[in-house]
Design a protein around this ligand. Structure first.
Ligand SMILES: [Zn+2]
Ligand SMILES: [Zn+2]
Length: 320
């Protein structure tokens, strides 16, 4: 089987890897229909988050179940399934309150840029679609595995409600789908922010909101600048969610104390939202697959990374 392996900064190779097999009775093996490159893959790709050894890549996936372990009861071979980048049992205390990405048995799925994938805890992790989808639905279904699920969590964690004024910090793939999610949740006004000096951006939002600030702010980048911008853009009593993996973010206690905001973020518990999001995509109410502006065959994975690194693409879809 061929798959993507990162060797070092800007060195992704498409090479022979072992075919995944059932290792535990709770595993499933799926044949990947589509996978993609994530903004978070660019941290190790750029060497900002160094790797110790050649590392298989990819955590966003959907595909057809090929085989399941003896203990798996809720998915079966032939079904089209989507799962989160964290496998979860969907039954422990953390899962029961909707934080499956902090499952007590969570396992990160990091080998999805390949033609075949092993998914642990298949019953808790994978959600089947009503039938095998037509080809045009696959990009949108794939986004539910992470990027759309993360945008949706960002909007939910920032308590977006009908009529809310929403600011989305970051116009990458997650930010764009944070906009789509906020719209779906009934936001009255959505302001997307790209790269601004943080004070300048916050002042501009204050101007746009009669000096009050936004009800909900979605931080979708993960830098010091974007986090400070998000907090200073919120109204008093407002909600700030943060879903960009933080790199070098430090917050001062005093600043937080006087900000008077609700802060809620972390790795998105995508699994919580999968049934609802699948229904919306299946019934063509949302089309988050539009976020992919480059589609390549899986063997061109290195070009997929390069295009995102050089900002020629927002997000690359890969088809085996
Ligand atoms: Zn991702
Ligand atoms: Zn759990």
């Amino acid at each position: 089987m061929l798959g993507a392996v990162l060797y070092g900064p800007r060195d992704v190779r498409f090479e022979e890897r072992d075919i995944p097999r059932i290792m535990k009775p709770t595993d499933a093996i799926i044949r990947i229909s589509a996978t993609c490159v994530c903004g978070s893959d660019l941290w190790p790709y750029r060497g900002i988050q160094p790797i110790a050894q050649p590392t298989p890549m990819g955590h966003e996936y959907c595909g057809i179940v090929e085989e399941v372990g003896n203990a798996v009861t809720s998915v079966k071979p032939g079904q089209f399934v989507i799962g989160s980048f964290f496998a979860s049992d969907n039954s422990c205390s953390n899962c029961q309150v909707g934080y499956q990405s902090s499952c007590q048995h969570a396992e990160f799925i990091g080998t999805a840029q390949a033609s075949v994938l092993r998914v642990p805890l298949a019953d808790g992790t994978l959600v089947p679609t009503p039938a095998v989808p037509s080809d045009d639905l696959i990009p949108s279904l794939l986004t539910l595995s992470d990027v759309m699920g993360t945008g949706w969590f960002a909007a939910d964690a920032a308590s977006v409600k009908p009529g809310s004024t929403v600011v989305v910090v970051g116009d990458g793939a997650v930010g764009l789908l944070g906009v789509l999610s906020s719209k779906q949740m009934g936001a009255g006004r959505i302001i997307a922010m790209s790269r601004h000096a943080s004070r300048e951006g916050a002042a501009h939002i204050k101007e746009l909101t009669n000096g009050i600030g936004a009800d909900s702010v979605l931080e979708c980048v993960g830098t010091q600048e974007s986090m400070l911008q998000a907090i200073s853009t919120s109204r008093k009593g407002g909600y700030v969610s943060y879903v960009g993996v933080p790199h070098g973010v430090e917050l001062k206690g005093e600043q937080l104390f006087f900000a008077h905001v609700h802060l809620h973020g972390g790795p998105a518990p995508v699994r919580r939202y999968l049934p609802e999001m699948i229904e919306l995509v299946w019934n063509r109410k949302i089309n988050p697959g539009k976020v992919f502006d480059l589609t390549l065959s899986l063997d061109q994975v290195a070009e997929g990374y390069r295009a995102m690194d050089e900002r020629r693409a927002i997000k690359t879809l890969l088809r085996p």
